[in-house]
Ligand binder design. Structure first.
Ligand code: SF4
Length: 234
C-alpha cells in the first residue's frame, strides 16, 4: 500500500482574497480530494488526490512572506477535511499568527469536530434538504447524514460559521430552498447565504445554464431573509 503523505496535498493557492473569510484578508489553500461528486462542482480537478501543485514547504515560505499583510488562511478544496494532514496544517498557520478558516461540505463530521477547537471560522455547504435530494446532488448515498452531523457539531461547538446553499433550478425547487432555510433557522443557524450557481467549469455540462431571472422568486428571498439575523444573497 502506498505510504500516506505526511503533509497536505495542495492543488492550488489564491494568495489574496477578500471574499473567502468574512471581513478578513485571506490566502486560500486548495487541498486535493473529495468523497462526493456533485455535478456542479467548479473544482473537479481537485476531487481526486494526485500530484500536488505546491509542496507544503513552499506554502509555509509563502505565508511567512505575508506575515503582517494577511489576516487569515482558509483551507478549501475539494473537501479539505478529506486530507488527514489538515489538522496539523491548521495548527501550523495558527502558530504563525493567522486566523484559520475552512470551506467544507461536511463530509467528515468526526474530523470536523477535532478541527473545530483550532478554527476561527467555518463556511459549511448545505446543499439540499436532508433527504434523498441531497444524495442526488452529491451522487453519494446517505451523504445528507454526514452533512447534518457536521452542522450539529458546529452548532454544539458554538463558534463562528456560515451556512451556504448553491441555487440551481434543476437541482433545487423553490419548495426545497424554503425547506432548507426553515430547517436551518429552526436548528439555530444565524448566518445563512444563498449563492447563485455560476455556469463555469461545471463538470456536468447539462447543468451549465444561466439562472432564469424568475428563480428564485423575490418573495421567497424576503421570506428567507426574515428567518435569519444575517442573510446574504450573492
Ligand atoms: S462537495 Fe464540493 S468539492 Fe466535493 S464534489 Fe461537491 S462541490 Fe465539488
Amino acid at each position: 500500500m502506498p505510504r500516506k503523505p505526511d503533509t497536505p496535498l495542495v492543488g492550488g493557492l489564491v494568495p489574496f482574497s477578500t471574499i473567502d473569510y468574512p471581513g478578513q484578508l485571506a490566502a486560500v489553500i486548495f487541498l486535493q480530494g473529495c468523497p462526493w461528486r456533485c455535478g456542479y462542482c467548479h473544482n473537479p480537478h481537485l476531487q481526486s488526490r494526485g500530484q500536488p501543485q505546491y509542496n507544503w514547504k513552499q506554502i509555509i515560505r509563502f505565508l511567512h512572506s505575508r506575515l503582517g499583510m494577511l489576516d487569515a488562511v482558509v483551507f478549501s478544496g475539494g473537501e479539505p477535511t478529506a486530507d488527514h494532514c489538515l489538522l496539523e496544517a491548521v495548527k501550523s498557520v495558527k502558530k504563525m499568527g493567522f486566523l484559520a478558516g475552512i470551506h467544507t461540505a461536511g463530509a467528515y463530521p468526526e474530523r470536523l469536530e477535532k478541527l473545530l477547537p483550532y478554527l476561527d471560522w467555518v463556511g459549511l455547504d448545505i446543499k439540499a434538504p436532508f433527504n434523498s435530494t441531497y444524495d442526488r446532488i452529491t451522487t453519494v448515498a446517505q451523504s445528507h447524514r454526514n452533512a447534518l452531523a457536521s452542522l450539529q457539531r458546529l452548532l454544539e461547538q458554538g463558534g463562528e460559521f456560515e451556512v451556504r446553499t448553491t441555487l440551481h433550478p434543476r437541482l433545487l425547487s423553490e419548495t426545497d430552498v424554503l425547506s432548507i432555510a426553515t430547517t436551518l433557522a429552526s436548528m439555530g443557524v444565524k448566518h445563512y447565504a444563498l449563492q447563485k450557481f455560476q455556469p463555469r467549469d461545471c463538470i456536468n455540462e447539462q447543468l451549465n445554464l444561466n439562472l432564469p431571472t424568475c428563480y428564485p422568486d423575490e418573495n421567497l428571498l424576503f421570506q428567507i431573509k426574515a428567518l435569519f439575523p444575517d442573510f446574504t444573497y450573492r
